[in-house]
Write a new protein. Structure first.
Length: 115
């Protein structure tokens, strides 16, 4: 997982598939957190166009809505064949600040450029 973006339907997690296939409504394993995640929705994203898909395969970059435990840099894999890829190394933070809406209603009304 290399990016998480706030979206009106929930956080959109961007993932590149390195091997195998990923099906919508399946479960994957996050070995770094030792948690299982549901994959309710898979989205093929091109600029502002989104298309919901049922299956993604090697080389695809997709968006996933509905993950609860995974963050940027995490590896998601098959529970039967766990593998942990090297995480993304981030430089030390100079200034840290986050602005978030207080409710999901406010999240939907935010301008697109803020998401």
């Amino acid at each position: 997982m290399f990016k998480i973006q706030a979206d009106r339907h929930g956080d959109l997690h961007y993932v590149r598939i390195y091997s195998g296939t990923l099906k919508a409504n399946s479960r994957v394993y996050n070995p770094g957190k030792d948690k299982k995640e549901n994959m309710p929705q898979l989205w093929r994203i091109q600029a502002d166009h989104r298309e919901q898909v049922d299956l993604a395969s090697v080389g695809d970059i997709i968006g996933i809505v509905g993950l609860r435990h995974s963050i940027t840099g995490d590896t998601l894999c098959s529970p039967q064949e766990p593998i942990l890829l090297e995480s993304i190394a981030f430089p030390e933070t100079v200034i840290s600040m986050a602005i978030e809406p207080e409710s999901s209603t406010e999240r939907r009304s935010w301008p697109t450029c803020w998401r």
